[in-house]
Design a binder for this molecule. Structure first.
Ligand code: SAH
Length: 355
């Protein structure tokens, strides 16, 4: 495959085209064009010969929108198509403060969490930094009508384990938060992990201040290993210690995700164990009722169990909230992304994407 220029800096692009006899300001023009969602042919400010050479040696727009699914609550699930024909998903959520795009970092996933549909097929391949950038660029163009900044926040919470694709994710984060691209601030970007301690430590040592979310889902090794195989390799204490290190290094309060599963991790004892695990740790706990996932027998906790759980945490002084579920009618909620589209499963809100 030809290299994709979307993940190159303005400087790197200039360094390619100056030896071709082009003025260096064209680097800026090309990068601006790419980040507004154009391919080389769509950049009317470039000379034809330059477009031709770029097309011969590089690609520009690595992610196309295949279809869109719109939820009653305003959430939009995008089905993206990559250059090799693979399909991935992203989810756009609207809030008062702006729009958050949830992007995928791998095609499928190898974490194998019991409650999640995204890893059902095992890891297919990592996404490149350009393919992650391309998801944001495509949505900006589609939703913002060409405006570069429809997407104000990005979360790496779609399919895939970001820290299992560390180098490409780092490159993506560096590029998307850089002043020569769309410059999304570190505080508006969140990386969510199933908890790979040494990678969390490297992430802290990188010296940036992105938000870190750790998917915890259980307060003891016994329960966590039952639903998250990755826990068998490290154990909860190492995950918590790495999260603590992240806070110490970056000053960013770590968020712990806790999906509540009926009759499994939603007992008062679990809440008490969670509170003691996180005592003295500057953090926030996001509770979410498990989203039903086809083919999995686990079900969401009863609302009374959630309420009791939340108040135990809050009484213990742990900052915690219950998260609203968005996009479940389009299988766009957490854990529901899975690249499978049978016509009979499509909801009435779904509409074909029109180019
Ligand atoms: N691999 C990363 C990011 C992808 S999952 C991670 O594990 O964090 C994004 C979030 O959705 C994670 O917190 C994940 O545990 C959660 N999730 C997965 N399936 C879910 C489900 N069925 N219901 C609720 N949350 C789920």
């Amino acid at each position: 495959m030809k290299p994709c220029l979307l993940e190159y800096s303005e400087r790197q692009i200039s360094d390619i085209i100056v030896p071709w006899g082009q003025p260096s300001f064209r680097g800026r023009q090309i990068l601006e064009g790419l980040f507004s969602g154009k391919d080389f042919d769509g950049m009317s400010n470039l000379p034809a010969a330059l477009k031709q050479r770029l097309n011969a040696e590089y690609t520009g727009a690595p992610v196309g929108i295949e279809r869109k699914f719109e939820s009653k609550d305003g959430t939009v699930k995008y089905l993206f198509k990559l250059a090799d024909g693979e399909l991935i998903e992203g989810v756009l959520m609207s809030y008062k403060y702006g729009k958050t795009l949830c992007i995928s970092t791998q095609i499928s996933c190898r974490m194998g969490c019991a409650f999640c549909a995204s890893g059902a097929d095992g890891l297919k391949r990592n996404l490149t930094a350009s393919e992650m950038l391309g998801q944001v660029v495509s949505v900006n163009r589609d939703d913002g009508g060409g405006a570069e900044r429809a997407v104000t926040n990005v979360v790496l919470m779609g399919s895939g384990e970001p820290l299992d694709n560390y180098d490409n994710v780092s490159k993506f984060l560096e590029r998307i938060s850089s002043p020569d691209t769309i410059n999304i601030s570190e505080r508006n970007i969140s990386v969510s992990t199933a908890g790979i301690p040494d990678k969390i430590i490297s992430f802290a040592d990188d010296g940036r201040r992105f938000n870190l979310t750790v998917s915890l889902h259980a307060p003891t090794d016994k329960k966590r290993s039952e639903i998250m195989p990755v826990n068998k390799a490290f154990g909860i204490d190492k995950v918590i210690a790495a999260a603590r290190y992240y806070f110490d290094k970056t000053g960013r309060r770590v968020i712990f995700e806790y999906s509540m599963i009926d009759g499994f991790n939603d007992f008062e004892d679990d809440a008490a164990a969670l509170a003691s695990l996180l005592r003295a740790m500057p953090c926030h706990v996001n509770l979410i009722r498990l989203n039903a996932v086809a083919g999995k027998s686990l079900s969401p906790s009863r609302p009374e169990a959630v309420k009791a759980f939340l108040s135990i945490l809050q009484n213990a002084g742990i900052s915690s909230t219950l998260r609203r579920i968005l996009g479940s009618d389009i299988e766009g909620a957490c854990g529901q992304l899975r690249r499978r589209y049978k016509a009979e499963n499509l909801k009435t809100e779904e509409r074909e994407y029109e180019k």
